[in-house]
Design a protein around this ligand. Structure first.
Ligand SMILES: Nc1ncnc2c1ncn2[C@@H]1O[C@H](COP(=O)(O)OP(=O)(O)OP(=O)(O)O)[C@@H](O)[C@H]1O
Ligand SMILES: [Mg+2]
Length: 259
């Protein structure tokens, strides 16, 4: 089982879009059993799948220890291959102060995914993290083996990279196996500043995925109809890029229905 946190302290860089599209490709093309975990009180991923906190336990319950004892009773099945542990607005209250006060346990998500691993029913867990370091994103980093860091190609993102990596490193004292899978260049387009920023990023001592995700209006359209762009517009540049990214990250080229 692979557990991957999609994380960046910056907002609006494509974390949720990346989780949605990798989950879609893994579930539909690769026939992997996927659980997505929405760690963001904005609940974008949760509402994308039409779920809500009214449907049952959420990440906030797992952090507080008020969830159902058996992991599978906490997730909502979206398709036979894809389930979600939703977020709730209660995550706004469960900040780092709540950890100190003992109301929130940052190792709880690790226990949750360990139970999945023991049952051997899930192949990939993807955590959609909120911007910033919150109780839930810290808990996701404690549970993950890998981090994908989507970034936009601007000076602020490049500047923030060192701090971002330092924060991930600081988690390693408690989760020594955590590695940066890669930085993912999102909304790539042919322009001088983007190409310059990409050059700077690729010269930094951090793994950067070869595959970039191009900027495409089809991504914006796909969010309006709540479909993964990989499904909404299969021939769009972003859909093709996400499929190649999935191959780069998960390898094997095990595309369902393809030779
Ligand atoms: N490749 C792309 N091309 C065009 N638009 C994109 C692309 N990727 C993401 N977007 C758009 O950028 C916006 C932010 O994306 P998204 O919500 O995935 O970012 P996020 O990092 O999850 O944001 P937050 O930090 O608020 O959780 C959305 O409107 C999304 O549709
Ligand atoms: Mg998001």
């Amino acid at each position: 089982m692979r557990t991957i946190a999609v994380l960046n302290m910056k907002g609006g860089v494509g974390k949720t879009t990346t989780v949605i599209n990798l989950a879609h490709i893994l579930a539909n093309d690769y026939r992997r059993r996927v659980v997505v975990v929405d760690c963001d009180p904005q609940c974008n991923l949760t509402s994308f799948y039409g779920a809500s906190e009214a449907d049952g336990p959420t990440v906030a319950d797992v952090l507080r220890g008020t969830h159902e004892p058996y992991w599978a009773d906490n997730v909502i099945e979206v398709t036979p291959w894809l389930s979600i542990l939703p977020a709730s607005t209660q995550l706004w209250q469960l900040d780092l102060a709540a950890i100190k006060a003992g109301q929130s346990n940052i190792t709880a998500l690790r226990g949750f995914v360990q139970a999945m691993e023991e049952d051997q029913e899930i192949d990939v867990v993807l955590f959609d993290c909120p911007p910033g370091f919150t109780a839930a994103s810290t808990a996701a980093l404690m549970a993950a083996q890998e981090v994908i860091i989507p970034v936009l190609m601007d000076g602020f993102s490049i500047e923030g990279m060192a701090e971002m990596l330092a924060q991930v490193s600081s988690i390693r004292s408690s989760n020594p196996g955590l590695k940066v899978g890669g930085v993912l260049i999102n909304q790539w387009h042919r322009s001088v500043p983007v190409i310059q920023a990409e050059k700077v990023l690729r010269a930094m001592p951090v793994p950067v995925y070869t595959q970039t995700i191009r900027r495409s209006d089809k991504v914006l359209e796909s969010t309006m109809v709540k479909e993964a762009v990989a499904d909404y517009s299969v021939t769009s540049s972003a859909a093709r890029d996400y499929r190649l990214l999935a191959q780069e990250i998960f390898g094997e080229g095990k595309q369902h229905g393809q030779v």
